[in-house]
Design a protein. Sequence first.
Length: 166
Amino acid sequence: MHLILGLVLTVLLFLLLRQWARLDPAEKRKGLFWGVAVAVGALCTLLVVTGRLHVIGGLLAALVPFAHRGWRAFQLWLLWRRIRNAGGGADSGQEYDSGQQAPPSSGRMDPEQARDVLNVPVDAGRDEIVKAHRRLIQKVHPDHGGSDELAARVNEAKEVLLKTLR
């Protein structure tokens, strides 16, 4: 009985994967979403029927620390994209999200780019610039899991804006 069930499942999996290869990317995404949804639903139903629903609670509890780290990594990634797109970095081969090449950088950040990096208004004062710098540098500092490049860009943005205030 187990052999027949295994053969049937193998043939079904083969047919499903063959059909999957013929789909375009949009249909694959939709199919993947529904496939995962059906698999999770089937797993939950199986756990409820067998009286082992507490396993889901244990799995969710075990994922809590990873979820926090994942959320932090996602926030850093968004910040990195914002800083990177605020101006071309030190290397001229940097690519934007759309795939086009960034313009060659002169090596210095202009005040508009610096305001974009620190997310401060045009009329920001010294205290507001320092507060925005402190808030960002705590997130991107290499000692706290950030990168050297991001920390350097945030520091450069602060320097540029403070020089324009003088």
